[in-house]
Design a binder for this molecule. Structure first.
Ligand code: AMP
Length: 283
């Protein structure tokens, strides 16, 4: 694996190894890698000739500076895992490399209603930051295929919207969420949970599974209330529990039995904010 810190060096290298003859697959990450990240990279390796992973903790997408400061950094272990999984290239830029003119007064993207619901409502500016970094990374790597995780459901929709805005031909792939044995979605933030919080954290999976098992046409509110109770019993502080149209992310209170649905949760276990989601079908 070759590690690049400078965008210009990475670009030159990709030109030299013949971008035209090799499809490039790209999985952007913020590091503290786990099997979820590695599954994206494995998909890229299957579908493309050159797999690029980036590790960059993007300051512009953190609305809470404490969350940014506490974001886990495990770069040596990450490099070991990437090597072991035969990733071709790691892009490891500094903040000035991505934002040479600083991180304030950056461009704004029109993301429509996606910007202000769910994550957008609770993390103002977050998706602007996601688009700002994604655009820069995509312009540097120029991938043919982009691999992202369904774990960040709304982020996938936002990035698809960004690709539309950019009139990009990049092919977007979303990969299923990898979970620990007890159902907790793998996340870099999980290492910040203490023993008790880690045990409590499985309530998110229980709440989502409850909704999935009990979904029926008509009002969705009883399911949402019960899912919230499951979280509250495990000491979660809830940002939201919602059920939405899986294609548009329009939030629903009633179901006609026809639309595909996704249930989405964001909640704090202690200081750690966890998100998860599950696609639903009629039981
Ligand atoms: P992050 O490092 O958290 O920004 O995540 C980088 C990429 O990995 C994003 O596309 C995430 O959606 C994806 N990802 C994170 N956790 C998981 C997981 N448990 N399963 C699959 N993909 C994941």
């Amino acid at each position: 694996m070759i590690v690049f810190k400078k965008a210009s060096d990475l670009k030159k290298h990709l030109e030299a190894i013949g971008k035209k003859h090799n499809k490039i697959g790209f999985a952007p990450t913020m590091g503290a890698l786990h099997q979820g990240h590695l599954s994206l990279l494995a998909e890229s390796k299957k579908a493309t000739g050159i797999t690029v992973c980036s590790i960059f903790v993007n300051p512009t997408q953190f609305n809470d500076p404490r969350d940014f400061q506490k974001y886990p950094i495990t770069i040596e272990k990450d490099i070991y895992l990437l090597e072991k999984n035969d990733v071709d290239i790691l892009f490891l830029p500094s903040v000035p490399e991505i934002y040479p003119n600083g991180t304030t007064n950056l461009e704004h993207y029109n993301l429509g209603y996606l910007e202000n619901i769910l994550e957008g409502q609770y993390r103002p500016g977050h998706f602007q930051g996601v688009c700002q970094v994604m655009r820069r990374l995509l312009e540097i790597v120029e991938p043919d295929h982009l691999f992202m995780g369904q774990k960040d459901y709304q982020q996938c929709m936002v990035v698809k919207k960004l690709l539309e805005i950019m009139e990009s031909k990049i092919i977007f792939h979303h990969s299923p969420t990898l979970r620990e044995d007890d159902g907790l979605a793998m996340s870099s933030r999980n290492v910040r949970l203490n023993e008790e919080e880690r045990k409590n954290a499985i309530a998110i999976f229980k709440a989502l599974t409850f909704i999935q098992k009990n979904i029926h046409t008509g009002s969705l509110m009883n399911n949402i209330t019960e899912a919230k109770n499951i979280l509250l019993k495990s000491d979660f502080k809830i940002d939201y529990v919602e059920i939405a149209n899986a294609e548009t992310l329009q939030i629903l209170q009633q179901w006609d039995g026809k639309q595909n649905l996704v249930a989405l949760v964001a909640a704090f276990q202690g200081q750690v904010r966890l998100i998860d989601n599950m696609l639903l079908r009629e039981s």
